[in-house]
Write a protein that binds this ligand. Sequence first.
Ligand code: ATP
Length: 204
Amino acid sequence: MLLVGLTGNIASGKSTVARQLAAHGATLVDADVLARQAVRPGTPGLARIVARWGADVLAPDGVLDRGVLRARVFGDPRELEALNGIVHPEVGRLRDAAVAAARARGDAIVVCDIPLLFEKDLAGEFDAIVLVDAPRTVRLERLVHDRGLREPEAMAMLAAQMPAELKRARADYVIDNDGTRAELAARVDAVWEALQERSRRALP
Ligand code: ATP
């Protein structure tokens, strides 16, 4: 099995690339899905969140309202650290379990979408790393126009990220998402070909 880490800064196009790799046949392990699983009703993670931030972070159906929680921790590094301390270890366990299940099934190429792959020092866990990168101006535009963030907030989010140059230097494949969706799709196809080749070579 070829274990691939997929990463990129915010609004670079990671999810779009992840969906395309999955459509080609990769097994996708998505950090966002795992983060939701980690705090689903009945989990110790959700209980700890409610104990710290109060029951009004829950929607009427008992599911975590991520928007309300985000507003509580936004801009306060200590609160954010506390939240990450609850969620991240559980996400790591869920990821390990998903990868182990894929390995047991005999899946050929498994892609883990991990926004903070380099920041969390996880590079060594993967056979290959794919970075999606887009110019800062494009990412800012997406955050403000597609997601409705205010510009100062969006700029602060971009400034808080590890510089793309450092990530580019450490990735095995860089997908530049600075053009149209069709151009992006063609670049993803090329990387998929390369991953398949690598996976075939890795066979005993
Ligand atoms: P996040 O880090 O916030 O999860 P992401 O890196 O996963 O974001 P996507 O959600 O894939 O990024 O892309 C951000 C937005 O930009 C989406 O609305 C997506 O449809 C759009 N997008 C991505 N690539 C292109 C492109 N080449 N042309 C036009 N729109 C694009």
